[in-house]
Write a protein that binds this ligand. Structure first.
Ligand SMILES: Nc1ncnc2c1ncn2[C@@H]1O[C@H](COP(=O)(O)OP(=O)(O)OP(=O)(O)O)[C@@H](O)[C@H]1O
Length: 628
């Protein structure tokens, strides 16, 4: 270990600690690339503040607030701070809810307005659409469900929300609602702003490049109004902004008055990888990093393969070649030791066989982020209730079965048991019969579709059906499917309803595979899944054809294809282009590597691609190989 390297960016850390002064707070925006130890800086700065001003915090009952991107990051930081009670670490959702929970009348009013607006929009679409079509039936059901929720608002005394779990009952709020509501309340209620800055005079946000733009905008406003007594500290890296709901051009929105600490050393990557990511970043914001003086040299290779190649075989050949080049046998002998990163989720979905479920939902912009996080009531219904129950049933794990069913099944809720009175045995028998039937349904030769399972569960009342899935509980009325040749109005696949309608036709197995993927339990992953993580060996798969090319283009990033008219238009208007997005994805994935990095580039014209990549200079001639 080189102590000088450890201390290379000490000035930035000192600046951050200086900003976190309760008596004279100053907001800051940390500028630092991959592997620069941002999380470490955050934890160390908080430790110092607690040492110096912890007593003041305890006396005033104030706290240092830390907002993380994932629950895993939240737990990690809490642990590293030894669960210090003066620090409140939470995800953005939990943080937002901690601010607004209890304001039930305001929540009711906000929801009423939102539901009426949604209903009006659906009715307008209904008036324009074709009566009797699938889309019209879905819309009618959605209107009915929203109307029902609207009517029940008056009877709700206390709204509930669970940042980690799933909201199911009529008094519960969704993730998106809590975020939108908090942003609106903070914007319109000066009292709530004051409460925020009094409770959390120091508020730090990790991965701020991907924090919901609605909340980021309003927090920047709060900071501007309460600058004298509030420090907003933003940690993150704009080059690693990979979710669509983050605030674009956050760095440019930072006020002059803020401090801008800067970290330059990369503590994670080998020298060769640092060189590569510096080149990738050159045309982005130009930020350049230094490798540690004790960093290993590391190995980087770009393998060019034809688009029509057998992909699993090609990738196995790449691993063999990496073993040869590096002498590191783990490339092939330990399949879990290499992280294979598809830059686009659909590529993973096709490889793992969960695309029929994932594809239609992924196409719906509004729910994309929660889909990738495995969140949302519809997803949770399957991944946190149905699948665990089936697993427990298959294992005949009576304890697990009972605990899952007891937790959320309406069959066994207090009301049902009370109503049954003396006859509770029959209620339990009904639950058992429902479980046995479910096991039978999923044990046949043909795996049932997600919708078949949904309908079974609704019929037996085994679990409460979340609102989003309610329209699919009843069978489609005759004619809804649309006779052959009939020009029925198709449900709009861009809507949540249209997405779910298609996704539910996938087999239940697909949802199980989707779940494993989202949990990071496979050796495959993507940039989203590996955010903040590091691995010894990384294989990055890039393939425009597979990635469908509408959001990203590696051919353009590597220079094999010219910019489109849209790219040029966006560039001229100062807007983000597909090349910018692709560059950030590539940066995130490459910068995870601690030793070896293999990039597998599938393309139509192998020789031509090799020539342009060599000309671009990111990889040397020796580092580029063609795999036939
Ligand atoms: N000052 C330091 N001295 C030694 N090691 C460090 C230092 N700072 C960070 N590290 C190590 O470098 C690696 C990267 O740190 P960390 O994950 O905090 O970086 P990051 O900036 O959050 O990365 P990214 O943005 O790429 O996710 C970790 O293994 C961490 O332990």
């Amino acid at each position: 270990m080189s102590a000088a390297d450890d201390l290379h960016d000490a000035a930035a850390d000192e600046m951050i600690v200086g900003c976190l002064d309760l008596a004279k707070p100053r907001s800051f925006f940390l500028y630092a690339g991959a592997g620069s130890g941002k999380t470490r800086s955050l934890v160390e700065a908080i430790r110092k503040v607690c040492e110096r001003q912890g007593r003041d915090l305890s006396l005033s009952g104030q706290k240092i607030g830390v907002i993380t991107y994932t629950n895993a990051a939240c737990d990690e930081i809490k642990q590293r701070l030894e669960f210090d009670p003066r620090v409140e670490v939470s995800t953005i959702h939990a943080f937002a809810w901690s601010l607004i929970s209890g304001y039930d009348n305001d929540i009711r009013g906000w929801l009423a307005g939102r539901l009426l607006q949604d209903i009006a929009e659906l009715e307008e679409a209904q008036a324009k659409g074709r009566a009797g079509s699938k889309a019209a039936v879905d819309r009618a059901r959605s209107i009915e469900s929203k109307q029902h929720r609207y009517e029940s608002l008056g009877s709700i005394i206390r709204f509930v929300y669970s940042p980690t779990g799933d909201n199911r009952t009529r008094d519960s709020l969704s993730h998106a609602e809590v975020i939108a509501m908090t942003a609106d309340f903070l914007a319109g209620k000066p009292g709530l702003r004051r409460l925020l800055v009094t409770r959390f005079p120091l508020l730090l946000i990790d991965e701020s490049q991907d924090t919901s733009r609605q909340l980021m905008d309003v927090l920047l406003d709060v900071e501007a109004v309460h600058r004298e007594r509030f420090c907003l500290g933003l940690f993150g890296d704009m080059m690693q902004s990979i979710y669509a709901d983050g605030k674009e051009r956050l760095a440019e929105a930072i006020p002059e008055a803020w401090a801008r600490p800067h970290k330059r050393m990369n503590h994670r990557c080998p020298t060769r990888v640092v060189e590569l990511i510096n080149r990738v970043r050159e045309d982005g914001d130009g930020e350049q990093q230094l490798p540690r003086s004790d960093a290993v040299a590391g190995t980087v290779r770009l393998f060019v393969a034809p688009q029509g190649a057998n992909k699993p075989e090609t990738e196995a050949a790449v691993a063999r070649r990496m073993r040869e080049v590096t002498g590191d046998v783990a490339w092939i002998e330990d399949s879990d030791a290499t992280k294979i990163l598809a830059l686009e989720h659909m590529m993973s979905a096709r490889r793992f066989g969960f695309d029929a479920f994932f594809g239609p939902l992924y196409a719906v912009e509004r729910i994309r982020t929660s889909l990738l996080q495995g969140a949302g009531a519809g997803i949770g219904f399957y991944t946190r209730e149905v699948l665990p129950l089936i697993e427990a049933l298959r294992a005949s794990d009576r304890f697990a079965i009972a605990s899952i069913v007891r937790k959320t099944s309406p069959l066994l809720d207090r009301k049902s048991l009370e109503e049954a009175g003396e006859d509770q045995a029959s209620v339990l028998a009904a639950a058992k019969a429902a479980c046995d039937g479910l096991l039978e349904l999923v044990s046949g030769d043909a795996v049932p579709t997600a919708r078949e399972v949904l309908r079974y569960i609704a019929e037996k009342r085994l679990f409460t059906i979340p609102d989003v899935l309610m329209p699919f509980v009843a069978p489609d009325a005759p004619g809804e499917e649309g006779a052959a040749g009939d020009e029925e109005e198709e449900p709009n696949p861009k809507t949540e309803l249209g997405g779910w309608r298609q996704a539910l036709e996938a087999s239940l197995d697909e949802i199980a595979r989707y779940d494993r993927y989202i949990q990071g339990a496979s050796s495959f992953d993507t940039h989203q899944g590996v955010k903040g993580l590091e691995f010894p060996r990384v294989m990055v798969i890039v393939s425009d054809e597979e990635a469908r090319g509408f959001m990203f283009s590696y051919d353009k990033l590597f220079g094999a294809r010219g910019k489109s008219e849209t790219d040029l238009r966006n560039e001229a208007a100062g807007k983000e282009t597909s090349i910018d997005r692709t560059r950030r994805l590539f940066y995130v994935t490459c910068s995870r590597a601690e030793r070896g990095l293999a990039v597998v580039y599938y393309t139509d014209a192998v020789e031509a691609a090799r020539a342009v990549v060599a000309k671009q200079g990111w990889f040397s001639d020796e580092e580029i190989e063609i795999i036939e």
